[in-house]
Design a binder for this molecule. Structure first.
Ligand code: MN3
Length: 206
């Protein structure tokens, strides 16, 4: 798992594994560049600043701000992690699902197509800003499709996200306007199910 999410404090904006224009026409280069260098970078900065402030709070012993800082920690921390996963969740042309993951998906969803249909529908129906998430829940050892509102709400503690789709307006509005369904359909063409399978293989060892 850590080989795929190998970051240490202070957190840094990770490089993309492809050029900004690599996902066109499904994800235009300008949206991608702004998304990576402004939005994702903002979460990394926010996460590091929040951790610095918490260090100061511990030094002074004045915990007046701890509630707001804890909220910021969850918001920026989840924002950073989900974007880090997002850049791996898409690849030019998409990548098919390996049998190792497909077998588990069939056990929990009936068919791969049923899981993908639920993933797309749940992602489209996220209220306001958020994410669609395919996750592995290690207690019941089950694959789940979850929605995330904003970045941090509606999660189940302990799940390992395998594949994520961003449906904040900044992810699609300049290209698809209010047609979130068109963006999610485009995402499904870019989806890197091989990455999800690598994450799954690591997650089941937890
Ligand atoms: Mn985003």
């Amino acid at each position: 798992m850590d080989k795929l999410l190998n970051q240490t404090y202070p957190f840094q904006l990770p490089a993309l594994g492809f050029a900004y224009e690599a996902l066109e026409p499904h994800f235009d280069a300008r949206t991608m560049e702004i998304h990576h260098t402004k939005h994702h970078a903002g979460y990394v900065t926010g996460l590091n600043q929040t951790l610095e402030k918490l260090q100061e709070v511990r030094k002074t012993g004045d915990y007046t701000s701890v509630q707001a800082l804890s909220r910021n920690l969850a918001f920026h921390g989840s924002g950073h992690m989900l974007h880090y996963l997002l850049w791996h969740s898409m690849t030019p042309g998409g990548k098919p699902m390996p049998a190792s993951l497909a077998k588990a998906v069939e056990a929990d969803f009936g068919t791969v197509e049923a899981m993908q249909a639920q993933f797309a529908a749940a992602t489209i129906k996220v209220e306001t800003s958020g994410w669609g998430v395919l996750a592995y829940e290690p207690v019941g050892r089950k694959l789940l499709v979850l929605q995330a509102e904003r970045h941090q709400d509606l999660a189940i503690w302990g799940v390992v996200p395998l594949l994520v789709c961003d449906v904040w307006e900044h992810a699609y509005y300049t290209q698809y306007a209010n047609n979130r369904g068109q963006w999610v359909a485009a995402f499904m063409k870019l989806a890197n199910w091989d990455f999800a399978a690598q994450r799954y293989a690591a997650a089941v060892k937890i």
